[in-house]
Design a protein around this ligand. Structure first.
Ligand code: AMP
Length: 281
């Protein structure tokens, strides 16, 4: 595995691969790898000839009051894990490499980047500016994302479609611990007691799924079933909303696939999770 820090080095390594017609897969990450990240690398490894993993703790992706410097990092361990998955190139740029002096371009995806995580009270639309910038640097044939960040996946899909960017987007299932907690680098912040409370998020999603499975369709009633689980654990959500899976517009009823998205702070960790209700996940 090669480790590089600049876009120039990355492109130099990829040029002969590209001209030989090899299929290049990219897995963009913020590091501190867990099985969710590794599942994306495995998928890329089985689909592609060359696998690039980017590791960039993006300042744009932090919520108000979330501490960028406290984000867990262990680049050496990450490199070992990536190598063990057969990753070819680890691209770990510095902040100045991604956002050099004078960087001024922003990509907004109408209707998708201003809501949920993009709402000013949450992480803000700049959050997606970061995502959309980094993923373009490797010019991959395929890029892999997790369903865990459902909104991010939608934003990227729409961006690629609207700008005719020649990249295939693959969205892979959310990987969970055996007790249901979605894996996240931010879980490292949780004390044992907080981790127990954090389980309310996945339980809330399961409760909503059960409500839909038993015939409930009205959004308010489905959300109330989920909300009960959060209340029981004393978890106050930043949002808990049923949205269209295609454009994130609010829905009144679950008719076909509908996204239930939740975000909440538990201790120092800001956690997100989601489920697709009323259709295939
Ligand atoms: P992050 O390092 O948190 O920015 O995540 C990097 C990529 O891994 C994103 O595409 C995430 O959606 C994906 N990811 C994070 N957690 C999980 C998970 N538990 N299961 C599947 N994919 C995940």
């Amino acid at each position: 595995m090669r480790s590089v820090r600049t876009v120039v080095e990355l492109r130099e390594l990829l040029r002969p691969e590209r001209s030989a017609g090899r299929r290049i897969g990219l897995v963009p990450t913020m590091g501190y790898f867990h099985d969710g990240h590794l599942s994306l690398m495995r998928r890329a490894r089985s689909d592609c000839d060359v696998v690039v993993v980017s590791l960039f703790v993006n300042p744009a992706q932090f919520a108000a009051g979330e501490d960028l410097d406290a984000y867990p990092r262990d680049e050496r361990r990450d490199a070992e894990l990536a190598e063990a998955e057969g990753v070819d190139i680890l691209f770990a740029p510095a902040v100045e490499e991604v956002y050099p002096d004078g960087f001024a371009t922003a990509v907004t995806v109408g209707g998708l980047t201003e809501t949920l995580e993009g709402d000013a009270a949450q992480r803000g639309a700049e959050h997606f500016r970061g995502v959309t910038t980094v993923f373009n640097m490797a010019e991959p044939d395929v890029a892999y994302f997790g369903q865990k960040d459902a909104q991010q996946a939608l934003v990227i899909r729409r961006l690629v479609r609207d700008l005719d960017i020649p990249v295939q987007i693959e969205v892979c299932p959310t990987i969970r611990d055996s007790d249901g907690l979605a894996l996240s680098s931010r879980n490292a912040y949780l004390s044992p007691e907080e981790r127990e409370r954090a389980l309310a998020l996945s339980r809330a999603l399961r409760a909503a799924e059960a409500a839909v499975a038993s015939g409930t369709r009205e959004a308010a009633a489905v959300v109330a079933a989920a909300r009960d689980e959060l209340d029981r654990a004393g978890v106050e959500p930043d949002y808990l909303q049923l949205r269209s899976v295609t454009d994130l517009s609010p829905v009144e009823r679950v008719n076909g696939s509908t996204l239930l998205a939740v975000a909440a702070r538990v201790g120092r960790a800001r956690l997100i999770d989601n489920a697709i209700l009323g259709g295939d996940q």
